[in-house]
Design a protein around this ligand. Sequence first.
Ligand code: HEC
Length: 503
Amino acid sequence: MKKLNSLAIGLAVVTFAAGWYLGGSNDALTITSSAGGKSYAGGYVDEQATETASNRAVKLRTTEGKTHVVNPGDLIQAAVELAQPGDTIQVMPGTYSETVYIDKDDIHLLGVIVEGERATLDGLKTLNDAILYSGNNIIIENFKIIDYKGNGIMSQAGNNFEIRNNLIIDTGIYGIFPQLGKNGLIEHNVVSGIADAAIYVGMSDNIHVAYNEVFDSVAGIEIENSRHAIVEHNHTHHNTGGILAFITPGLPVKDTYDVIIRNNFIMDNNTPNFGAPGSTVAGIPAGTGILIMAADDVVVEGNIISNHKTAGILITDHGNADNLTLDPESDPNADGAMILDNVMLNNGYDTIDAVRAFALTELHTGDIDIFQIGPTEGSCIINRHRYKTVGIGDFTDCDFTNTNDIENYLLAGGAEPRVIHPSERGEIAYLGVCTGCHAYAGRLIGPSVQEIQALYANRPEALVQYINAPTPMRTDYPEMPAQNYLDAETQLAVANYILQVGN
Ligand code: HEC
């Protein structure tokens, strides 16, 4: 150990001396005003758009269907069974203990708030999920959701959705979790007490996450294996990590790129990590404001990032991250990070050993606002002198100062509704449900798909039996929630699918 340290410091002195010698005339600051100036020209161009960007993800209805009113004592699910696409379900204030599963298109599920009292879904700490849906054009609004064990609101493969103004408290692994969706809006929700991610956007495109407050969770807001996402005007505090953009290796979607994280309050995310051992988020060091891991083209602009003991912004490749099994099809490097003006205060004041050791190689001691490790190409920053930085020697000066030209990445005309053919059932259920917890290789929340394939080779019926009524198998894993809301045909299809799927 001692030897290693002196070697690192020896190297650092050489690097420092070389920098001194080569960089002699480099001491004039480049000061850039972020008021006005050129806007970011990258990002997403909606080629089909005939209108300008929309602030909605679900098109306004031209004809309203029926309205179904649910009162305390009724089942919400009974109204869902009756509803036809185009209908609205209004749930009156009161407590409902059930799992609502919507597998049709164009349903608006609205909690009615009367004098501050909400329609409350209470999982009683025994039910797994509050609301699951797999349709297109779904709106879920105004609920209070408490005490579930799995997910608050989870969607599988539904395009065009709006999840708005819900209070989600202590609902297990994921608070709001759209998976495999295109064109979605998640706004004005308050989510807390979640053991993995409060808001988790997985394998999705064209997503807008705004005006949410997330706290007391492991990951605040997570953009994972997703493209064209904007995270803005959120308040994330007292999580382990505030806002994350990264690639989880071993999932069917292999990349994360084009993410704008702007104008958020990100503060005091120092909560000790209570993620499931072995899960990706269990590797987040407590005290991380923003984490960019292997994601490309991520803009960080206009945030207030304060009081994080590890670092304000941590940028890493997969190679330097814990808890991961690499995927040869995912590029492990974080390229094209773009740091514009942010207010950064009091970060990196009690960082982890690995960060401290690397900082020492640059002779950096003390606080760290921005920390970058691993190979990176095409990354840039403006006004670098404002921050305490480590590892950004390769960053050029950005040739733009703001993202003002980009309002959102929502699709003006909406995305084509996703049609699921019977032959795709197994695949969609696998992508939309199982991959939330199972990666192909390596541990996620549950064991790897490879391990499952070895255990259940040629025994799809036995696998169906397990997912219907899982019994605890491993002492070092959480329990798997029952998948008995999937119909028998889908269960068999997903069992067959998971047993033959490759990477
Ligand atoms: C919310 C997380 C989660 C989801 C979603 C999930 N699983 Fe699991 N799964 C787990 C966990 C955790 C375990 C380990 C449980 C244990 O060992 O007690 C597990 C274990 C398993 C096992 C191993 C059983 C054994 O005999 O050891 C199989 C098979 C399995 N899951 C299949 C599936 C399928 C198929 C799906 C999708 C329909 C799925 N799981 C969805 C979390 C999940």
